[in-house]
Write a protein that binds this ligand. Structure first.
Ligand SMILES: NC(=O)C1=CN([C@@H]2O[C@H](COP(=O)(O)OP(=O)(O)OC[C@H]3O[C@@H](n4cnc5c(N)ncnc54)[C@H](O)[C@@H]3O)[C@@H](O)[C@H]2O)C=CC1
Ligand SMILES: O=C(O)C(=O)Cc1ccc(O)cc1
Length: 308
């Protein structure tokens, strides 16, 4: 096995993403010693019991001391406070990254807390599940998924390449993007869809005519997917919406306009509008498949290697 990419990695926050990173780094021999810290004693105890991290520390400062790479894997709203907590203990020249679902807020909250000479390279793996906590992670989570890096300082380019190698070693495809664009893209592809799923499940729950057992028994695939997404961690998603406010509101505004137009077409019996709309959206799905950009499609890797 080749030399690890980082001798010492510290994971702050030991939930789905950090635990998946730990198992993926171990699978690939990508890190020497991995230390970990989570705020709750119960989470640290669970981590010790299941062998998550080579060493679980009782403070964030202890976990990051001597680390070459520090990964902030806490809810987006907690990133700034965690950065403040570790700042004085960071090794000069180390890299700090994060995995938060929102980038502009994290950069504004974390960058001012870090000392000169530390490389801050925000990141976001586009991979997850509705599960959370230290026992939810698995080594394959990032396989064939995208990870977006959002470099903020050109002096860190060598360290960006190193972090890219780590994500590639964990199975991901890596792209770089600026923070504002990231937050708009994610508002369209992830944040607004999650809010719609939360709403749809809430509506079903409110409909007293539909009993719980009917909703469960007759769930077609679409609604089943909504219930899975709507089971995601409430703290994490509260923070996503509060910190990616502008982009999410922009997308929801457009969504509402289109929904009203569809609602009107149904009311007035305008089948042409519905047909044209659904024809357009079907072409988008087919375009994604043809471009080899569906990471779930079995031939995604082949399409990517062919340079599509
Ligand atoms: N769950 C998902 O599908 C994805 C999540 N993300 C992002 O990754 C980050 C972590 O998410 P998950 O791993 O899913 O969360 P999780 O809920 O599974 O784990 C979060 C961990 O952070 C700890 N924590 C919370 N506040 C803390 C604090 N102030 N100090 C120290 N530890 C603290 C919790 O105890 C827990 O161990 C979030 O920022 C989220 O936006 C990114 C991609 C996918
Ligand atoms: O479970 C799902 O369907 C997801 O969408 C996972 C996910 C959640 C949040 C992210 O920032 C990235 C990926």
């Amino acid at each position: 096995m080749s030399a690890p990419i980082y001798d010492r990695v510290a994971l702050i926050g030991l939930g789905l993403i950090a635990s998946s990173m730990f198992w993926a780094m171990k699978r690939g021999g990508l890190a020497g010693e991995v230390t970990g810290y989570a705020r709750s004693e119960a989470t640290r105890e669970t981590a010790r019991r299941i062998g998550l991290c080579d060493r679980v520390c009782d403070s964030a400062a202890e976990a990051v001391a001597d680390a070459d790479l520090v990964v902030l894997a806490v809810p987006v709203g907690a990133m700034g406070a965690v950065a403040r907590e570790i700042a004085a203990a960071l090794k000069p020249g180390c890299t700090v990254t994060d995995v938060g679902s929102v980038k502009k807020h994290v950069i504004d909250a974390v960058a001012p807390e870090l000392p000169e000479g530390v490389h801050f390279i925000p990141g976001h793996p586009l991979a997850g599940t509705e599960h959370s906590g230290p026992e939810s992670g698995f080594a394959e989570l990032f396989d064939n998924r995208w990870c977006l890096l959002v470099p903020v300082d050109c002096r860190s380019s060598g360290q960006v390449a190193r972090l890219r190698s780590l994500w590639e070693g964990m199975g991901a495809h890596v792209d770089e993007m600026d923070a504002e664009h990231h937050d708009l893209v994610l508002a369209v592809t992830s944040h607004a869809p999650h809010l719609i799923a939360y709403t749809m499940v809430g509506v079903a729950d409110d409909l007293r005519r539909v009993t719980d057992s009917e909703v469960i028994k007759y769930s077609a695939a679409g609604f089943r997917d909504f219930t899975r997404i709507a089971a995601s961690d409430p703290t994490m998603w509260r923070d996503v919406f509060l910190t990616n406010k502008d982009a999410t509101l922009e997308i929801l505004g457009r969504f509402t306009e289109e929904l009203f137009a569809l609602q009107r077409a149904i009311r007035t019996g305008d089948g042409q509008h519905l047909f044209d709309y659904f024809t357009r959206t079907r072409a988008i799905r087919r375009g994604i498949i043809e471009a080899g950009q569906d990471t779930d499609a079995p031939d995604f890797g082949r399409a990517k290697r062919a340079g599509k």
